[in-house]
Design a protein. Structure first.
Length: 82
């Protein structure tokens, strides 16, 4: 499963994003069934992403099925190592 932003870019851990208008970062991408860190999210929710928004709400999980309509998650840039 490949998770993408509404703009079409593939979602990757470390991406810089705007989340509800606030600077944030993708902390986890749960789309690979072999990824130990994400396995619980895959089992419980069918995948998704964890967004780290330290200024307002902390960690937020968005289900994979909700990402295509999620207007408040906007790609800004890739992490330097991504």
């Amino acid at each position: 499963m490949v998770l993408k932003y509404r703009s079409g870019e593939k979602i990757r851990k470390g991406d810089r994003v705007l989340f509800h208008g606030n600077p944030a970062e993708i902390a986890l991408v749960a789309s690979d069934p072999d990824g130990a860190e994400a396995s619980w999210y895959l089992q419980e929710f069918g995948g998704g992403v964890v967004v780290l928004d330290p200024a307002v709400s902390g960690r937020n999980f968005i289900r994979a099925a909700s990402i295509p309509e999620y207007e408040d998650l906007v790609f800004v840039s890739r992490a330097e190592n991504g």
